[in-house]
Write a protein that binds this ligand. Structure first.
Ligand SMILES: Nc1ncnc2c1ncn2[C@@H]1O[C@H](COP(=O)(O)OP(=O)(O)OP(=O)(O)O)[C@@H](O)[C@H]1O
Ligand SMILES: [Mg+2]
Length: 242
């Protein structure tokens, strides 16, 4: 091995964060929604975000994902300043490296389940036959193959959320931002959704930033952060493992 190759090996082993927020602040008029946010997410890591209603969780997620521009601080994704990208560049990032899952899935009612999952691929220029084939593979991974031709209103709430997750995964993003993806479900359905979401993400090495009120969150996440009154903290080890 040459000295250069040895050096490359060392560089490969240095863990570069996938996503990092430093000193992020965001106010809405007089309301300071995020006062001080320092967050680091490594590749493949599942970070749970918890905290009371109105504490700034969604604001944090939107700043990390380039949906909102912070007033102060910086957000860096794979070495690029997300907060300095223009709208077109941020849209491109959201189509390729980022995936999103919201509380009410937001599936398109006029499309079938499989068309919903294929849609982001079609928007990325994948031809229809290939997009539909990839979409079917993702449906299978989430145990939804039998529902491919149904419309969103013909599936259960938990199934719809798994479709929304399959759609977020379909473009093979590096990170998925999920804002209470089980918030509209009862606890049993929520557990099923989080089980399959985190299992598939782990098997694919996809990182997740997951806002959730699910009390069994430790079973799903690699790590938890807590937002209180706009300030991000890591819980004490005892609190985390409880
Ligand atoms: N677009 C907005 N305009 C004005 N105020 C806002 C806006 N979005 C959020 N806020 C305020 O910022 C604060 C943080 O809101 P945020 O939505 O981040 O809370 P949250 O932790 O996600 O709450 P929840 O658990 O209820 O979803 C709240 O006081 C909220 O009222
Ligand atoms: Mg919220």
């Amino acid at each position: 091995m040459t000295g250069y190759e040895a050096l490359e090996g060392v560089i490969d082993n240095v863990e570069v964060p996938l996503l990092q927020a430093r000193g992020v602040r965001k106010a809405f008029g007089p309301t300071c929604a995020l006062r001080q946010a320092d967050v680091t997410v490594s590749a493949g890591e599942i970070v749970a975000v918890m905290g009371p209603s109105g504490s700034g969780k969604s604001t944090l997620l939107h700043c990390l994902a380039g949906i909102l521009a912070p007033d102060e601080g910086e957000v860096v994704f794979s070495g690029r300043r997300v907060d300095r990208l223009n709208e077109e560049q941020r849209a491109a990032l959201r189509r390729t490296d980022f995936g999103f899952v919201f509380q009410f899935g937001q599936l398109l009612g006029e499309l079938s389940v499989v068309e919903n999952v294929a849609l982001p691929l079609l928007l990325n220029g994948v031809r229809r036959g290939k997009a539909m084939a990839i979409a079917r593979e993702w449906l299978e991974m989430f145990d939804l193959a039998d529902l491919a031709l149904r419309r969103p209103h013909e599936v259960s709430g938990g199934q719809a959320q798994r479709v929304a997750i399959a759609r977020a995964m379909a473009t093979s993003p590096k990170i998925i931002f999920a804002d209470e993806p089980t918030g509209s479900l009862d606890s049993a359905a929520g557990v099923t959704v989080l089980d399959s979401f985190t299992a598939v993400a782990r098997s694919r090495g996809v990182a997740i930033v997951l806002v959730t009120h699910e009390s069994r969150v430790a079973a799903y996440a690699s790590r938890m952060i807590v937002v209180r009154d706009g300030v991000v903290t890591a819980p004490a080890a005892a609190e985390w493992s409880r």
